[in-house]
Design a protein around this ligand. Structure first.
Ligand SMILES: [Zn+2]
Length: 85
């Protein structure tokens, strides 16, 4: 997976590995960002409080390196799997 700013392919519009055509997710285009924010405030933020109050909220810093975010997410998934929560 590429990011147009933070993790671009070497040649614009082409995958480095298989040379396949790259496209942008429809929900990642500028026109829909405002709507995504609205959905976040109306639907996602209430869930954060809900799970925090139940002690089930795990947080991961999404601004770190891709590898670091991935390993954080995997360790959270593994730890919750062991406890059966
Ligand atoms: Zn590819």
């Amino acid at each position: 997976m590429y990011h147009t700013l933070y993790n671009p392919s070497k040649e614009a519009g082409r995958c480095d590995v298989c040379r396949g055509e790259l496209y942008q997710r429809p929900d990642d285009q500028i026109e829909t960002v405002g709507n995504r924010l609205k959905v976040y405030f109306n639907q996602t933020m209430p869930l954060i409080d809900f799970y925090r109050q139940k002690g089930l909220l795990h947080e991961a810093d999404g601004e770190k390196d891709i590898e670091e975010v991935q390993s954080t997410l995997l360790s959270v998934i593994r730890s919750t799997d062991r406890r059966g929560q």
